[in-house]
Design a protein around this ligand. Sequence first.
Ligand code: PHE
Length: 346
Amino acid sequence: MIAKLDELRAKAITELDGIDKPSDLEAWRIRYLGRKSALTQILRGLAALSLEEKRATGAAANELRAFLEKSLALREEAVRDSVIARAIEGGRLDITLPGRSPALGRLHPTTQMLRQVCNIFMTMGFEVVEGPDVEWEYYNFDALNIPQDHPARDMWDTLWMDFTTEDGRRPMLLRTHTSPMQIRVMESRRPPVRVIVPGKVYRYEATDATHEAMFYQIEGFAVDRNITLADLKGTLFEFAKRLFGEERRVRFRCDYFPFVEPGVEMAIDCFLCDGAGCQLCSGSGWIEILGAGMVHPEVLRRVNYDPEIYTGFAFGLGLERMLMLKHGIEDIRLFYSNDLRFLRQF
Ligand code: PHE
């Protein structure tokens, strides 16, 4: 049996060395390693042999199979090389043709800005948390002190989900702001909390240069003992300086949001004209960048935080607006129209 294997080896290798076509290689593989090959028959027949024979023949046959497979792989490589060499010689293959370099991707400008803003707040000790885009009416409105018939609901043009409760109400919507996460986070934790929430928000909006139906907000809030409006101002002032320049000044004015008291709007002095008045700041010298305020006692009570013990601040900013201001972009629709000429600039 061993002699037969040696004979097989010699024959197979002599044949293999003479092959220079891929199709002949395949025929060779079938002949010597295929299901009907002599070697496979020998391996199959092992079971019928005595233990001693089985051991000797089995080892030799398996060794031969491994050897043939390896020889085949080497020959395949050599054949491939010579096929290419012949193609080059015959002028059918021109390897001097320059390759196509793969296009390098990059991060979308909103992603870049999102990371930048998150990093600023993270270094101030805020934790990043995300929430659902499809939200209950309760979290988006009621729990934020905006009951069903409150006129403030008109401030947010809402996209309702198309299903109703038994009494005919639609209880879910695409969140109109990231503020519902104030409630979700406070419901599941005890103070102190210091969290920022980046995410998409949605408005039922006729789109134009300053309105999109989908855009990004970043919510931030901190609740603990002894948090005051001074903490809000200090935090946001620091943020504005880090994003828009060390020499920025900020202005706080009263504003109204049902879930904060007092509510404020923050503006920075225009970084284009340094406050002198220009087109970007519509001549006022100031650019409004976000809404904020002290978390309303009613909101705290709803999540079982005692407003006599705990206070906190909250703010919400529009990410695209930051980008538009920073780079002088005039149309918000550019961000999501997938025009590479626009995106490549960032
Ligand atoms: N959620 C508000 C909006 O979308 C912004 C805001 C957040 C205001 C937190 C105050 C506090 O307009």
